[in-house]
Design a protein around this ligand. Sequence first.
Ligand SMILES: [Zn+2]
Length: 211
Amino acid sequence: MNVVLKRWIRYFLPIQCVECGDAQFEVLCAVCQTTMLETSAVSLSLEGIDRVAALFRYSGSIKALIHHIKFGPSREGAALLAAVAHRRGSVLPLGDYDWIIPIPGSTARERLRGFCLPDLIFRPMVVTAGGRMSPILRRIRETRPLFELGASERKAEVAGIFSVSPQFVSLGESVLLVDDIVTSGATAQSAADTLRRAGAGRVDLLTVAAA
Ligand SMILES: [Zn+2]
């Protein structure tokens, strides 16, 4: 493209796509959104969780977008990701769960960001499916960065980091945990463990991305 023309476009459309760098109106351009939606969803297995699915593999556009949202922090980016996730559609039957619970991130980071990412991303999808989001998990302790730790250290680090609000009353009811990314799964396993102790039956996990 002609350099002068490109400058003009940049002037009127000052946002750049986080993936390809094209100037446009949204943090991820329409082309990159389509490319992202052409990839397939991921299903994986994690001990202690009945079913685990992710809308996308954590690479390319999704990686760039999540990075932008978390470290921006960008609420606008989160809203865009919610819209893309909604277009993808849930890979799990959202209407079938008794409880849909977002996994809260580090309290300090969430306070800084001003929003709970999994809640913001999945809420439109959950509402469309006729369900409701129940933010009833709390982090009661901060953890060291998990990527620095080995598998057994991670497990020990995240044991008992969540508490569940007394609002959660369950005798074997089904739970869907929602989160932004699943990496080792240790955090989600700890959340599932806390909920089972509080009476949950089946516990599934749905994330935006699987690393
Ligand atoms: Zn793009």
